[in-house]
Design a protein around this ligand. Structure first.
Ligand SMILES: Cc1cc2nc3c(=O)[nH]c(=O)nc-3n(C[C@H](O)[C@H](O)[C@H](O)COP(=O)(O)O)c2cc1C
Length: 274
């Protein structure tokens, strides 16, 4: 059976499916012929499901992408540029959290959307470690500080650049500038052998960050934790990972303690028009 099934009665042979295919495996139906994927081209399909999603007649079904039907274009286009712009501009890095745990079910709902983020050739290699126990989050802050202590002793330049000694001093006095007493951590990783892992994971994690407010949550990138997880085998081991994976992104997540009332000013976009 072919990788795509085309309903003869519905298909108008408009060719949009063929044009939308990023790897051009669909041959456009011309002279009254239906679009096809020849056996020779099947193995090049990246299973992105665009052919099924884009068909205006609902005439095409891809073998593995019945889920594409979930996402209705009508619903998607209801978000106005103004609403979307306001939403994006109002996203803030949240660093103060209520002492309330984030339920697994809420996180699962977010990941169920995040999995639609773009990935290189639709590989979908993103994987996650999620910590929902605040004491475990504190442990990760501590593991990060341990790594910083080792850097202070071994790499003065790096330590100075990030003021690691200051961060360690603050931590020892009870200030967690690493995980900011967040109740939850979301850590994105990919197989070490996959060259586009950093891009894919950062895009997906950005999706997570942007989705968080619509679930009542706030998030903040955990840069120091990321550095530790990328540079210390012990830190990586603490979350159950080894050299087969690379940690690409980390977020602190929790229910915001405060509300933001204004969008802070940002630099104008720097664009070169060619
Ligand atoms: C890669 C990256 C790493 C970051 N690491 C940290 C961090 O370790 N701690 C922190 O409090 N904020 C961190 N941030 C948040 C930035 O400080 C924040 O995005 C910036 O100040 C702008 O504020 P806004 O996100 O509210 O617009 C990080 C942001 C990025 C993109």
């Amino acid at each position: 059976m072919s990788i795509i099934t085309v309903n003869e009665l519905r298909c108008k042979k408009c060719g949009i499916c063929a044009q939308s295919c990023p790897v051009r495996v669909i041959d456009q139906g011309i002279d009254g012929k239906l679009p096809v994927v020849t056996e020779a081209k099947e193995s090049s399909c990246i299973y992105c499901g665009h052919c099924e999603s884009i068909c205006p007649e609902g005439a095409l079904t891809h073998r593995l992408t019945t889920q594409a039907l979930e996402a209705s274009l009508d619903k998607g286009s209801q978000v106005s540029a103004d609403a979307m712009g306001q939403y994006f501009k109002n996203r803030r890095s949240i660093r103060q959290y209520q002492s309330k745990q984030v339920p697994k079910e809420v996180l699962e709902q977010i990941f169920d959307i995040v999995r639609y983020a773009p990935t290189g050739t639709n590989r979908q290699f993103n994987q996650w470690v999620v910590i929902t126990e605040p004491t475990q989050v504190q442990k990760m802050a501590s593991v990060t500080i341990d790594w910083m202590r080792s850097i202070v002793n071994s790499n003065a330049g790096l330590a100075a650049r990030y003021n690691l000694e200051g961060l360690i001093r603050a931590f020892d006095k009870g200030y967690d500038n690493i995980c900011r007493n967040a109740p939850c951590l979301v850590i994105g990783y990919t197989p070490a052998s996959y060259p586009l892992g950093a891009k894919d994971a950062v895009i997906a994690t950005s999706h997570f960050e942007l989705l968080a407010p619509s679930f009542g949550l706030g998030a903040c990138w955990a840069g120091f934790l990321m550095m530790a997880l990328q540079n210390s085998a012990e830190a990586k081991k603490a979350i159950g990972l080894n050299e087969e994976s690379i940690v690409q992104a980390a977020l602190m997540v929790g229910y915001p303690k405060f509300k933001y009332y204004k969008v802070p000013a940002r630099n104008a976009a720097s664009i070169t028009w060619l």
